[in-house]
Ligand binder design. Structure first.
Ligand SMILES: C[S@@+](CC[C@H](N)C(=O)[O-])C[C@H]1O[C@@H](n2cnc3c(N)ncnc32)[C@H](O)[C@@H]1O
Length: 258
């Protein structure tokens, strides 16, 4: 998965429920001059496999998103760019949830309800789903706002949108900064707000990933597209400072942009 894959949330310590209202800029205007992160899921599947969820001591965003979907009884669920289908694994058995992803390699590990599809053109009817998740994937798109607009199109009024990403100053123990992408935590809320209007943002900034030994550090670097030399900056066991955000938005009405 992309570099955000191993970012975690610890609601107890990092200020979940920090609600922010964000007003829109123009769709796509945040992405000028910044390249999307090229997907490598079919060309280098070993990179994704080099990561390990066990390092994420406090879990990932999938847990709180699945809990909110369940609490609000949102059906059906579309997990766009859903990869291995982690979100679906966390929903109760039989919950109508579909993984859409363009990568056959990623989809091979997902549960039964899955299909190849691109976030920019969802093969789904307008106003027909209860929730759309775009977790750790919008940085792969040159114009994330276009995909978010697709999510809004297929949501029913009252439906929930969720997207997550990491910050450029994530993992400061290993890097002085990740290269900018089209959907980093620094701008993610504004980009989602450019489509939905108001958003709610949950941010984290704290030690959340524990790498037990040098091999884990090397594998983490590989999974996050960091050079192997970055591993020399730390002495394991090491805690990494994770920085990122989870953005929620709701489709308010059947017509109009907001
Ligand atoms: C880092 S993985 C995240 C997978 C999953 N959302 C999760 O959180 O575990 C990014 C996923 O985005 C998918 N992806 C890349 N480009 C996409 C696109 N244009 N439309 C939909 N999904 C895309 C990749 O195939 C990959 O499965």
């Amino acid at each position: 998965m992309g570099r955000g894959h191993a970012t975690q949330i610890d609601p107890a310590t990092v200020g979940v429920d920090e609600a922010q209202e964000n007003r829109a800029g123009e769709s796509g205007s945040y992405c000028v001059g910044v390249a999307a992160l090229p997907p490598d899921y079919d060309t280098d599947p070993a990179r994704v496999r080099s990561g390990d969820r066990a390092w994420q001591v406090f879990g990932d965003v999938h847990e709180p998103v699945a809990a909110r979907i369940q609490a609000e009884a949102l059906v059906p669920v579309l997990d766009v760019g859903g990869g291995h289908g982690r979100l679906e694994e966390l929903l109760p058995a039989g919950w109508p949830a579909f993984v859409l992803d363009p990568s056959p390699t990623q989809l091979a590990e997902a549960l039964l309800l899955k299909a190849r599809a691109d976030a920019r053109r969802l093969p789904i009817s307008e106003a027909s789903v209860g929730a759309v998740a775009m977790l750790w994937m919008l940085y792969h798109l040159e114009d994330p706002a276009a995909a978010i607009s697709e999510a809004r199109r297929v949501l029913r009024p009252g439906g929930l949108f969720a997207a997550s990403t990491s910050a450029r100053n994530n993992d400061p123990e290993l890097t002085d900064g990740y290269p900018p992408t089209t959907f980093d935590a620094e701008e993610a809320a504004e980009i989602v707000a450019s489509v939905f209007g108001d958003v709610t943002v949950e941010r984290w900034d704290g030690p959340m990933t524990r790498l037990p030994d040098h091999d884990a550090v090397l594998r983490y670097c590989r999974s996050h597209l960091l050079p192997a030399e970055a591993a020399e900056r730390v002495t394991p066991p090491v805690w990494l400072t994770k920085r990122g955000c989870l953005v929620y938005a709701r489709k308010r009405s059947a017509r109009g942009a907001r």
